[in-house]
Write a protein that binds this ligand. Structure first.
Ligand SMILES: Nc1ncnc2c1ncn2[C@@H]1O[C@H](COP(=O)(O)OP(=O)(O)OP(=O)(O)O)[C@@H](O)[C@H]1O
Length: 294
């Protein structure tokens, strides 16, 4: 793909962080930790791109760069051919934790981005209502976040990100905290919404099955420093109308192919984490999933 036709073009992106050698060390005694190493990836307009990788490989770091929350140490990210220089309403973000305002109703949460954009009150309400309907929550407009289930909160977070009509939706493990059934139903909802809105989506996950189910392409990352190991095409035409896509022989084959690419990276990531916890003296290893086969 030429850079001109890419919606997003990630070019030779490196990202390093300075970290203290040991917790409590005095200033000055720090080292550089390379999180991302020469990331190159082009995402087409309207494409659903999934990024999968082991724990700590730099997926969230990459998403933060795409969101403009941080800047690359070197390299650049272009949106429609122009460098991303900071956060903007042309990109919507959905995080794992719902990040809703607890003091606002579902409707007011969805209206929030529109308020920032200066959309008049009446219009704001109508647009918010439309997106609440799109995510299947008509009737729940006046509920507060604490009155909603995890799946409902995440639907509201998606509606809020879509309401101000961003060109790109950035999703950082948005369904990871949900139970399996809610996750599966939100996955198919998301595909329906994507088909209806034609947004470019970049979706980060640990889950291989989720990656194959959602992505038109799946970029597999290595363990830290994160590189793109391979980009796999997922050639399903009509995911939402397919009866039982997960049982399709091609689905099973792709899942295995991605797991084959990932399993050594997962092992490496676990060793890195073990080393790090020993060095920091905590001896604790996070139970966070490295990458799930299922
Ligand atoms: N602000 C920061 N300062 C120092 N190091 C950081 C910072 N943010 C991330 N890192 C380090 O960069 C590496 C990549 O982290 P990142 O959170 O992007 O990985 P990830 O793939 O999203 O992990 P997970 O899947 O576990 O959420 C890790 O080693 C992490 O400790």
């Amino acid at each position: 793909m030429s850079i001109d036709s890419a919606k997003i073009s990630i070019q030779q992106v490196n990202k390093s962080f300075r970290v203290r050698r040991r917790p409590g060390d005095l200033k000055g005694s720090s080292q550089s930790v390379k999180a991302l190493d020469h990331i190159n990836l082009d995402v087409k307009p309207g494409e659903f791109m999934v990024i999968v990788g082991p724990s700590g490989c730099g997926k969230s770091t990459l998403l933060d760069l795409l969101a403009g929350l941080t800047t690359p140490t070197s390299g650049q990210i272009l949106l429609d051919g122009k460098p991303i220089t900071g956060p903007n309403l042309d990109r919507g973000i959905v995080f794992q934790q719902y990040a809703l305002f607890p003091w606002k109703t579902a409707l007011a949460n969805v209206e929030f981005g529109l308020e920032t954009k200066g959309v008049p009150r009446k219009e704001r309400r109508a647009i918010a209502q439309e997106y609440i309907e799109l995510v299947g929550l008509a009737g729940f407009e006046h509920r507060y976040p604490h009155e909603l289930s995890g799946g409902m909160k995440q639907r509201i977070a998606i509606a809020r990100s879509l309401a101000y009509d961003p060109e790109v939706l950035l999703m950082d493990e948005p369904f990871a905290a949900l139970d399996a059934q809610t996750r599966e139903s939100l996955q198919s909802e998301l595909l329906r919404i994507w088909e209806a809105t034609k947004k470019t989506i970049i979706f980060i996950t640990h889950g291989i099955e989720e990656a194959v189910y959602l992505g038109q392409r799946v970029a597999v990352m290595t363990s830290r420093p994160g590189r793109i190991k391979e980009v796999i095409e997922v050639p399903f035409e009509a995911r939402t109308s397919e009866e039982d896509l997960r049982a399709h022989p091609d689905f099973v084959r792709l899942r295995h192919q991605i797991w084959d690419l990932l399993k050594d990276e997962v092992k490496l990531a676990q060793e890195q984490e073990k080393d790090r916890s020993l060095q920091s003296g905590t001896g604790k290893i996070s139970g966070k999933g490295a990458a799930t086969h299922g």
